[in-house]
Design a protein around this ligand. Structure first.
Ligand code: KG4
Ligand code: ZN
Length: 371
């Protein structure tokens, strides 16, 4: 089954074509970072207009890259939320128009859950830059589920138990900032630029954890039973960093980018705790759900190599990640999630993907989940 997936929830337009839920035939992403950079954050109206300009040419480019015609597409998947409402509307209206014109099913999916499906993606068929080192294709669904999954992005730090690719049970979430958001805010304090995650990772790789400050706050580490709910917290770590940076700035009288080794050490210590929290909560979740056979990790922070190495050393389950090209927002994860929703709907007619969400999508769609 070949699904065209459309993503437009924030500042990236993504259109991808995915075969059978794992084989990427095309994954076109157009980032708006440069448009929003002068404003220091995403401007919703600019985002909507940029999606509108690019969505059709990007779809044509995806078809061309996959060497397919409209007749080859079996279904249209689209992010239905959460996201910026104007931006979502562009993708939803475009997807509905396509589904209507082609007479194909329209499959709306949840953006945050879809991130996890990035980790079920396989090898990119055609790539100019050779194999993606992040790829770790999951072929055997029975050996993968039940699974724990983590969405660690700029907007979310969610931990789920998944009985199957479509059965999400939220076990944990952040009480305040998201992990990626914390990287970005700390990056701002350190005057590093946006998005700061990859920059901090790069500086941290030259840092010496032994030399770095030892008294790091470890949020939500109070002794509790294994049954205590799993919660993340990043605002305390951010405040601790603000105070540390301020003190060091006062002492040295220079800005963070000129701190050299001290900056690298600080980044290493910060990164260790920001990621350490993810590893600790995953261990706790495994106590609650020991039947989980694997861990699926997605979202922008999943690109972090230190996170991957900590998980590999400390978690005794196979960990699967999206290809590096599919960690951030993209249409391929949308198409993959839609593939499993479609399969589920075919197996079980009472399965109604729209039931997971707030608004009644089926009332917008003319098409039932059938051939
Ligand atoms: O998934 P994503 O595009 O975010 C949302 O859709 O919300 O991920 C973006 C986030 C940013 O906060 C960015 O700083 C962070 O992921 N990020 C990283 C790395 N690469 C991206 N954080 C830590 N290490 C990285 N290598
Ligand atoms: Zn996202």
């Amino acid at each position: 089954m070949i699904i065209l997936g459309i993503e437009s929830s924030c500042d990236e337009t993504g259109v991808a074509i995915v075969k059978d839920g794992h084989e990427i035939l095309s994954n076109q992403v157009s980032s708006q970072i440069d448009l929003h950079a002068p404003f220091g954050g995403v401007v919703p109206e600019i985002a909507s207009r940029a999606h509108l300009r690019i969505i059709d040419p990007l779809t044509q480019a995806a078809l061309q890259e996959a060497r397919l015609t409209w007749q080859d597409i079996d279904g249209i998947a689209v992010t239905q939320g959460p996201g910026l409402i104007g931006a979502l509307l562009v993708g939803a209206a475009y997807a509905k128009g396509l589904a209507l014109a082609l007479g194909k099913p329209l499959i709306p999916v949840d953006h945050v859950e879809a991130h996890v499906h990035g980790a079920l993606l396989g090898v990119q068929q055609k790539s100019d830059s050779g194999p993606d080192p992040g790829q770790n294709p999951v072929r055997d669904i029975a050996a993968t589920f039940p699974a724990l999954s983590l969405v660690v992005s700029g907007g979310h730090t969610n931990l789920y138990y998944m009985a199957s690719p479509t059965d999400f049970q939220l076990l944990g979430y952040s009480l305040d900032d998201a992990c990626g958001e914390c990287f970005d805010k700390v990056g701002k304090l350190l005057q590093l630029g946006y998005p700061a995650g990859p920059l901090i990772e790069n500086l941290a790789s030259q840092g010496d954890l032994e030399r770095a400050q030892k008294t790091w706050p470890m949020p939500l580490m109070a002794p509790g039973s294994a049954l205590e709910p799993i919660r993340f917290s990043y605002s305390g770590l951010k405040t601790f960093m603000a105070q540390t940076v301020h003190k060091h700035q006062k002492k040295t009288q220079v800005d963070p980018p000129s701190w050299g080794q001290d900056l690298w050490d600080l980044c290493a210590a910060f990164q260790e705790e920001a990621l350490g929290q993810i590893v600790r909560k995953t261990k706790r979740a495994l106590v609650l759900r020991p039947d989980a056979k694997s861990i699926l990790i997605a979202g922008g922070v999943a690109a972090n190599q230190r996170l991957r190495s900590m998980m590999a050393h400390q978690i005794d389950r196979p960990c699967h990640y999206p290809p590096l090209s599919a960690c951030s927002d993209n249409g391929a994860m949308i198409a993959t999630y839609a593939f499993y929703q479609y399969l589920e709907a075919q197996k079980n007619p009472s399965h109604n993907p729209a039931a997971y969400f707030d608004h009644r999508w089926e009332s917008y769609s003319r098409y039932a989940f059938k051939d």
